[in-house]
Design a protein around this ligand. Structure first.
Ligand code: PA5
Length: 462
């Protein structure tokens, strides 16, 4: 059970466009300051996500609820957006059997199907609501703030349908995951006795996958949640080290920051070579983007890297051309599995056709690994820095460890970039404009601001 980062191809010794040895040596000093700041922040209680792997009481909230409702529901529908949806989606694709919702109940070991509504596209919600058997459906409403417009709108749609069908019994089909004390969801729950699980106040949305945000759906679907947390705990311990080379989270964060600030490589691609791990990439994109893209001071130009999600080997036939020959402003981080849970032999057929003959006798798992190595090598050859995160398996333990690794990396990167990785002030104005247009009572200032914006220019329209 190991996670290992091979960053040979990030360094100038191996790759012409890589990080010079002196810069990597010098980074130990920058890391020292970032590490001290992170330790301080941890002491202040601001980094609650680091304590989640050992929070038994919080883990029990999810386990107990899942045990209590076992067998009662055939469908679980998650309502949430951003950090309240991307983590559960990543866990589901990594750890459940493929095509879960099309399997029989027996093949799902009696566990429910799983649906995630992370948008307010009426087509998607309307379609799902029309197909569900409400008597056998549980809605998990996830919102840290308890008031996000998209999630609340979804909740109202669902609640309307539940009220109509079950009256006061509607609450038996609901569970909320939210702040323990604050917010509209918590108030509704108190008032109406809806079951509610906690997101600790010191854990922000995009760092919350190891709270009931991710652990409750995981427990409902039968994943080994203790193993997820054990993998995360192991990685968290490794990431306490004040020695840069021994701290995987710091190594990942520092390398990406250096690549950006010393080499102008500020586009950071995460590319798992595994279908199971594919949704870790969009989860990372949100984590990296929302944590690191922001102002350092009021009115400055703005800072931060641009994350990109890709999947190997599929994107070798899409984005890799850009990574190889496009603007040299990127790093690529691969994730490679040590072992594929199932492997498939490639039959030796058409031995007289050279384009096919060389494939026969190999395995698909071998092919995908070789393709990753070939892509990494080709990028290196062209002077394009890349690294590989090796995970022995795509199981709960390793997924928990990968999550913690990337979360810790984000915190270090925030300190190195000089931004606060825990807030997201940039999304506020858009939210306020939405409130203004929907007539929310407390949005007068935003309404005035909105009205000052230039009106659509007919000459700028085609
Ligand atoms: O990371 C974050 O804080 C955000 O992406 C939130 O997860 C997202 O805005 C949803 O917020 P909430 O969970 O409060 O509904």
């Amino acid at each position: 059970m190991t996670i290992r980062i091979d960053y040979t191809n990030m360094l100038a010794g191996a790759v012409a466009g890589g990080i010079p040895a002196a810069a990597w040596e010098g980074a130990q000093r920058d890391f020292g300051a970032a590490h001290a700041a992170v330790q301080q922040l941890r002491k202040s209680g601001a980094l609650g996500f680091l304590d989640l792997p050992r929070d038994r009481a919080l883990h029990d909230q999810s386990r107990d609820f899942a045990k209590r409702v076992r067998g009662k529901f055939d469908d679980v529908v998650l309502l949430g957006i951003g950090g309240s949806a991307l983590g559960p989606v990543a866990l589901h694709s990594a750890l459940n059997k493929r095509d879960w919702n099309t399997l029989t109940k027996k093949e799902r070991s009696g566990r429910p199907r799983f649906h995630v509504l992370d948008n307010v596209d009426p087509g998607t919600i309307g379609h799902l609501m029309g197909r569900l058997e409400l008597e056998r459906t549980l809605f998990v409403v996830i919102s840290k703030s308890g008031g996000t417009a998209e999630t609340m709108a979804q909740y109202l749609v669902v609640r309307g349908a539940l009220n109509e069908r079950f009256g006061a019994g509607a609450r038996e089909h609901l569970v909320f995951v939210t702040d323990p004390a604050k917010g509209a969801l918590r108030d509704i729950a108190k008032h109406e006795g809806v079951a509610t699980l906690d997101i600790p106040p010191n854990v922000g949305g995009r760092f919350s996958v190891l709270t009931p945000v991710g652990i409750l759906p995981a427990a409902l679907l039968g994943m080994k949640t203790a193993q997820l947390l054990a993998g995360a705990a192991d990685m968290e311990k490794r990431c306490r080290s004040g020695v840069l080379r021994e701290n995987p989270g710091a190594v990942f964060g520092t390398l990406q920051w250096l690549a950006d600030t010393a080499l102008g490589r500020g586009t950071h691609v995460l590319m798992p070579y595994s279908d199971k791990l594919r949704d870790l990439a969009p989860w990372f994109v949100q984590l990296w983007a929302e944590s690191l893209g922001k102002h350092r001071a009021e009115g400055d130009a703005g800072f931060g890297p641009t994350p990109l999600a890709a999947r190997g080997a599929t994107d070798q036939h899409s984005q890799v051309q850009l990574f190889m020959e496009g603007t040299p402003n990127k790093t690529v981080s691969f994730i490679q599995l040590g072992e594929h849970p199932v492997d498939v032999p490639i039959p030796k057929l058409h031995q007289d056709v050279p384009e096919l003959a060389y494939l026969g006798g190999h395995h698909l798992g071998e092919l995908i690994d070789i393709e990753r190595r070939a892509t990494a090598g080709a990028l290196a050859r062209r002077g394009r820095p890349n690294l590989t995160i090796h995970a022995d398996h795509a199981d709960e333990w390793h997924v928990g460890a990968l999550i913690m690794l990337l979360e810790v990396a984000t915190i270090y990167a925030g300190h190195l970039y000089g931004v606060n990785p825990l807030n997201q002030p940039g999304v506020e104005l858009g939210k306020q404009f939405t409130y203004a247009m929907l007539g929310r009572a407390d949005a007068d200032a935003a309404r005035r601001e909105w009205e000052k914006l230039p009106k659509p220019d007919p000459d700028a329209s085609v």
